[in-house]
Ligand binder design. Structure first.
Ligand code: CP
Ligand code: NVA
Length: 307
């Protein structure tokens, strides 16, 4: 059966642990795995901007012996209304996997329903599961484990990062807190899926309005932009309600003294996070960015090995 990675719970907790162990191995021996030798191809399609995802997938696929066909989605026939299903069927004849950054999660589901190759979500409006694999790898490097640690995300609790941190973090056995202003809580469907995962792993999910209560004693703090790609004109006030959720030195002081700070980047310095925290000793954001490369290579090796 073809496996896809469209959201964090497309892998079991055991499979997630296997991919993360492989990511550490790939980081220590970057050129040891060549599942795409030939070269075999991977399609990498962007319907939204990207720096890290673009570079990490293109370089990672090359390091696995393959060739990345990187395209702006609007320049393909998808941009002229060829159906997603027809595109999935056709791309399956050319490449061994498709990595797609797009808008609605339903678009990824449609591609996966027709493709006979693995489809990977490189960020949708709802989830960013590749980022969270890199985040978990970074946490393991710094803390030696994920299970039992507490991770607090502050900001837009309904965006792709909040959803993937909840679902992926609890899959890794973490106690996840989402702290967001009223009206920006995680989607009910994601809370339900995360609770189903918690029952398997012993992790947990809390949604807490008060940012100080949310970060008190936390091992890991995470934030993200208050305005995700595609939300620029949604008519919501994405500034004033979020100000109490900024990660600054005062808020960080409530976390565990050994807490680390993650941000998927790009950061909006002075909004969701201050320079002092982003550039300070608790920040692990550059390792986190680098780990995109290793975690995604591990994911591709694992997905191609399932076929
Ligand atoms: N974190 C992340 O996905 O970055 P890009 O948007 O630059 O790919
Ligand atoms: N939530 C952000 C993540 C960017 C990597 C966005 O979707 O724009």
């Amino acid at each position: 059966m073809t496996r896809h990675f469209l959201r964090d719970d497309d892998v079991t907790p055991e499979e997630q642990a296997e991919i993360l162990a492989l990511a550490a191995e790939v980081k220590s021996a970057p050129f040891a795995h060549r599942p795409l030798d030939g070269p075999r191809g991977v399609g990498v399609i962007f319907d939204k901007n990207s720096t890290r995802t673009r570079f990490s997938f293109e370089m990672g696929i090359a390091q696995l012996g393959g060739h990345a066909v990187v395209v702006d989605g609007t320049t393909t026939q998808l941009g002229r209304d060829e159906t997603i299903e027809d595109t999935g069927r056709v791309l399956s004849r050319f490449v061994d996997a498709v990595v797609w950054r797009t808008f609605g999660q339903d678009r990824l589901d449609a591609m996966a329903s027709s493709a006979t190759i693995p489809i990977v979500n490189a960020l949708s409006d709802s989830f960013h599961p590749c980022q969270v694999l890199a985040d978990l790898q970074t946490i393991i490097e710094r803390k030696g484990r994920t299970a039992g640690l507490s991770m607090t995300y502050l900001g837009d609790g309904a965006n792709n990062m909040a959803h993937s941190l909840a679902l992926g973090g609890v899959t890794a056995g973490m106690h996840v807190t989402i702290s967001a202003p009223s009206g920006f809580e995680p989607a009910a469907e994601v809370v339900e899926a995360t609770e189903a995962r918690a029952a398997l792993t012993g992790g947990s999910l809390r949604v807490v309005t008060d940012p100080v209560a949310a970060v008190t004693g936390a091992d890991v703090l995470v934030t993200d932009t208050w305005t995700s790609m595609g939300q620029e004109g949604d008519g919501k006030d994405r500034h004033a309600p979020f100000l109490p959720y900024q990660i600054n030195d005062a808020l960080l002081a409530h976390a565990d003294p050994a807490a680390i700070v993650l941000h998927c980047l790009p950061a909006h310095r002075g909004e969701e996070i201050t320079d002092s925290v982003l550039d300070g000793p608790a920040s692990v954001v550059l390792d986190e960015a680098e780990n995109r490369l290793h975690a995604q290579k591990a994911l591709l090796i694992w997905l191609l090995g399932q076929r």
